[in-house]
Design a protein around this ligand. Structure first.
Ligand code: ZN
Length: 323
């Protein structure tokens, strides 16, 4: 049997595990709930139990596995294989490489989940193996990953790519990170909903307020759908959101000069209305020469980006493959 790689995407609710061939075909995948009790102390043993069960079912031997790559939502020291802090799952100073290696007796590589997502998209998705790529994930929060000269950028202590926590509004709304006015407070699904709630309060007799009163709730998808149908308040919210997002991306792109900006995450399912608004705004704020070489695209791998990129991390760190 040819060799395979295990890619793991640890999320706040579920852990996605994929078995991939060396050229990226997903041979099998499975999902287990993230057990966050006791500061996530059972996560690694749960993960390894599922992997070894799956190996048995697939009849894959340890000798056929190149390694295990793991993407974790938090600050990660990829070189040392340590998760410094992952607030959502309760981890602090978890020596994931050593612990998972002693459980599995396999090589282990670890990176931040937004970084594994950009690796996955650039390997087999919308990035098409570009040398300089910026990727953002618009979900409950805003994540980001950066590839420069074919390699992930981690920074001095793991905050490189934390685009969601760049300040876009001085004294803006409080963010989960403790700061105020982060991009995440505006351009995430949560941020869009907050903007809608303000608009509803300010316009109690609007169509948007009526919708909210009838449904008792509003989602980012509702705001995009109503904007597509011409609702004025929702169009304003989306226009403002894309303006701020394009402004942030243009500033980062002017510094990094990428050929691709990839937009993923649940909010990106809004599609054309998002990409078109973003392109206009990006063009307004980026250096023309930066804009000339840069394509803004929707990510293509969806939920598989993380596990795919975690597998590529193994190729990169163990087999020294670069884009
Ligand atoms: Zn923040």
């Amino acid at each position: 049997m040819s060799e395979s790689i295990i890619g793991v995407d640890v999320g706040g609710t579920t852990i996605k595990i994929g078995f991939l061939s060396e050229n990226g075909d997903i041979l099998a995948k499975c999902e287990i709930p993230t057990n966050k009790t006791n500061n996530g102390s059972a996560i690694l043993t749960d993960m390894w139990k599922t992997i070894s069960d799956e190996m048995y079912h697939l009849d894959i031997k340890k000798d056929d596995i190149i390694g295990i790559g793991v993407g974790v939502p938090g600050f990660v020291n990829s070189e040392k294989g340590i998760v410094d802090e992952a607030v959502n799952i309760g981890w602090k100073n978890v020596k994931i490489r050593d612990e998972l290696r002693s459980l599995s007796d396999l090589p282990v590589c670890v990176a931040n989940d937004a970084n594994t997502a950009v690796l996955g998209e650039n390997w087999l998705g919308a990035g098409n193996q570009a040398k300089n790529v910026l990727a953002i994930t618009l979900g409950t929060g805003v994540g980001g990953g950066i590839i420069v000269n074919g390699e992930l950028v981690n920074g001095e202590n793991g905050t490189a790519g934390e685009i969601g926590h760049s300040t876009v509004k001085i004294n803006g709304l409080p963010c989960n990170c403790g700061k105020k006015g982060c991009l995440e407070t505006i351009a995430s699904a949560t941020g869009i909903v907050k903007q809608a709630e303000v608009a509803i309060n300010n316009n109690p007799s609007s169509e948007l307020a009526t919708y909210y009163n009838e449904h008792g709730d509003i989602s980012a998808k509702d705001v995009f759908d109503m904007a597509k149908n011409g609702n004025k308040l929702c169009k304003e919210i989306i226009h403002y959101t894309m303006d701020i997002l394009g402004f942030s991306l243009a500033n980062i792109a002017t510094v990094l000069n990428p050929s691709k900006i990839l937009i993923g995450g649940g909010v990106s399912k809004a599609g054309d209305i998002l990409i078109e608004g973003l392109k206009d705004s990006f063009q307004n704020y980026a250096l023309p020469r930066t804009n000339d070489v840069c394509t803004i695209k929707l990510a293509e791998l969806g939920n598989d980006a993380g596990m795919t990129g975690a597998a590529f991390l193994v190729k990169q760190q163990i087999r020294h493959v670069v884009f």
